[in-house]
Design a protein around this ligand. Structure first.
Ligand code: MBD
Ligand code: FE
Length: 250
């Protein structure tokens, strides 16, 4: 490396820090590798990266049926997300905390970009006595890394597109089990397929078992209970928790 190159790299790193994109840059380029090195082979269902847009203080949703906090005119296709939480022995787990967050129909995360309230499309809820939860939301759009910042410029320099496929984020927490940080993607969505020109997820975090099929339904009782306007999409997934690692005794 020449001294001139060193100074250019120095300026670029300082610009990254000044832009506030350090969490974005690190999670984009390194987190999926660390996640696989740490958790590949763990029993239970697959995890995925947390990414830079989790907020630890999302509102606790109490009254059922759950509706993720959203604006009165929240744009996007209405969707019902239904989860079943079991352990590796197949036993259902009630009272598991499900912390869920997602981008909106414009691909932005509340609290980071745009003028949606800080807790928009974020919430923490608990599984019922059958280890299940169901929550009304809207289908998230694919996420594009901002093109104007240093991370977007870097992607341009290496000839890489800036897209993540549409996804939900989850962190499941249950006493006696390892926390499960994961994501769900939608079959047939853009930026999923590594083999297409341009490639797949820019963050490299998609796993086959996390790609789910979108259903469509218009059950009148569900529409009434959850406050849908009409037909809605459905997304179902079984989350399998891994037993906690015993702490070594001295
Ligand atoms: C995201 O929304 C995300 O989930 C990750 C891992 C990286 C950048 C943006
Ligand atoms: Fe994300």
């Amino acid at each position: 490396m020449t001294h001139e190159e060193y100074r250019a790299a120095w300026r670029w790193v300082i610009g990254l820090a000044d832009s506030g994109e350090v969490p974005l840059f690190l999670d984009l380029f390194f987190e999926s590798t660390v996640e696989r090195l740490t958790f590949d082979g763990r029993p239970g269902s697959a995890g995925s990266v947390e990414g830079p847009y989790h907020l630890p203080d999302a509102p606790e949703l109490t009254g059922r049926p759950f509706v993720l906090p959203m604006r009165a005119d929240e744009p996007g296709t209405p969707m019902l997300v239904r989860g079943q939480v079991i352990d590796t022995a197949g036993v259902a787990h009630p009272g598991v905390e499900v912390d869920m967050w997602q981008a909106g129909n414009d691909g932005t995360y509340s609290g980071f970009v745009g003028d949606a309230p800080r807790s928009n499309l974020r919430g923490r809820m608990r599984t019922d006595e059958h280890g299940q939860f169901a929550v009304r939301t809207i289908r998230p759009a694919a996420y594009q890394i901002p093109r104007s910042g240093p991370t977007g410029e870097f992607l341009g320099m290496i000839g890489q597109h800036a897209w993540r496929p549409a996804h939900f984020h989850f962190i499941l927490t249950s006493a006696g089990h390892q926390p499960l940080t994961t994501q769900l993607y939608f079959r047939g969505g853009d930026w999923l397929d590594e083999t297409l020109p341009g490639g797949g997820d820019v963050a490299g975090a998609v796993k086959d078992s996390l790609i789910i099929d979108i259903g469509r339904d218009n059950d009148p009782d569900t529409i009434a209970a959850f406050g849908f306007d009409g037909p809605y999409e459905t997304a179902d997934h079984t989350f399998i928790l891994s037993p906690a690692v015993p702490t070594p005794t001295v």
